[in-house]
Every structure is written in C-alpha cells, then in structure tokens.
Design a protein around this ligand. Structure first.
Ligand code: ZN
Ligand code: ZN
Length: 236
C-alpha cells in the first residue's frame, strides 16, 4: 500500500477486537493506532494473555483447521492503541476528516469510520457482504443501519466481502425488519424457540442466492440461524 501510494501510512483504525480484525496489527506498530475504549481494553487483555505460558499454543490449536492463522498466533505481537475513543474521534485535516464512531452492535467494542468528503463508510463487522450478518446486539445493529441510511454514502466497505453501495444497507435492514415482524407474531402465539427456524412465515435471507453463500453454505446458514434465534429470544 505504501509503495503504491508513495507515502507512509499514518493511522491504523481498528473497528473491533475480534482476532480476524486485529491479530496482524504489529505491521502497523509505527502508526497512530485508533480503537474504541473497549477494544483497547480487549487488546490489553490479549497482550497479557499471550504472555502466559501455553496460551499461544492453546489458541493455535483452536485454529488447527486454519494452519496459516495458527502459525501467525505462535509469533504475533499485539500493540496497545495510542488513541482510545469513547464515542467519536475526528482524524485528518479540515474538509477531509475521517469520523471514527463507536456504536457497538456486532460486538460491544464495535466502531466504524465515515469519510464525508469521500462519501465512504468503513462498516467493520456491523455489515457483511459475503456472509449472513453476524449479530451481536441485533437491536443496536438495526439502529446503526438506520443511522447509516441517513448519511451521504456512495461506497460501503463491509467487514467481509466486496465493496457495496448504500442500497445494500437498506436491503439488510429490510430483511431484519421483516424477520422481526414475523417473529413478533410467532412470539404472540408462544411458538416454541426450537421450531422457529422452520416456520414458513419467516422471510428468506436474500444472501442465500449469492455465489459466496453457496460456497460456504453451512457456515452462513449457521450464522443466520443464530441471528434468528437471538432475535426471537429478545422480541416481545
Ligand atoms: Zn467481528
Ligand atoms: Zn470479522
């Protein structure tokens, strides 16, 4: 990236502390690292854990189906972020600001980055384009999607998958609106949680028709099933 743009990287902006989003951060240790307060807390905990005897090996075993990641875990070094953000932090010169916003949702420490001048949103895992959505606090995620729908956005960089446009946010939010309406009706009838996944009134997740869904079918289906159950537990 530095070779391509002939300039040094100034910042690393972490959207959250899940391992697939921060375990390669040592590459950026010479930059200003920005994270939410909760994300910094998690990284400090990881730094302490990684020093404990046997911890790395146990973690590597957990990823035994992914040898590249397991190998990386044996040597990786995490770095404590320089800036920890409670709600919002502005980066860059006037007119080209990046807004780093802590929202929670996918995880309690989730943040996203919005560039008004580039009309670009970096969503973190609060929006995924390849997979089913990975729901943490579903109600909060729906609020975040609605907030995004009110921003001027041309490009959305999801936590996983290809760059999408703003209509994709609406598509995802719309699916969960329909899902929630269906689940509310079932809850009113006290329909059992064990059978809810099979109920014909549930809307079909649009992602199921995409190529990526078919390639990793079981994993995606598992995530969407978890999402449905998590929403069903919460609805009144
Ligand atoms: Zn994540
Ligand atoms: Zn992720």
């Amino acid at each position: 990236m530095e070779a391509r743009f002939s300039r040094a990287t100034s910042h690393l902006l972490l959207t959250h502390s899940h391992t697939d989003h921060c375990f390669a951060m040592e590459v950026f240790k010479d930059t200003t690292i920005v994270a939410s307060k909760k994300c910094t807390g998690k990284i400090k905990q990881y730094i302490r854990d990684l020093e404990k005897p046997g911890y790395r090996e146990r973690l590597a075993t957990y990823f035994k189906d992914d040898p590249e990641r397991a190998d990386a875990i044996r040597t990786l070094q995490l770095v404590e972020p320089n800036i920890s953000v409670k709600r919002e932090h502005t980066i860059g010169p006037e007119g080209q600001e990046l807004l780093f916003r802590v929202t929670g949702g996918h995880s309690p420490d989730s943040a996203n980055i919005y560039s008004p001048s580039e009309r670009t949103l970096c969503a973190g895992d609060n929006l995924l384009a390849w997979y089913a959505q990975v729901i943490g606090n579903g109600t909060r995620m729906m609020e975040v999607w609605r907030e995004w729908e009110n921003l001027d956005i041309d490009y959305v960089i999801p936590g996983h998958g290809d760059v999408v446009g703003k209509p994709y946010i609406t598509k995802v939010r719309h699916y969960f609106d329909e899902l929630l309406a269906a689940l509310q009706k079932l809850k009113a009838q006290q329909f059992p949680l064990e059978d809810v996944l099979q109920h014909p009134s549930l809307p079909e997740y649009f992602g199921k028709r995409s190529q990526h869904w078919i390639e990793g079918g079981r994993y995606h289906q598992h995530q969407i099933d978890l999402a449905i159950k998590s929403f069903y537990r919460r609805v009144r």
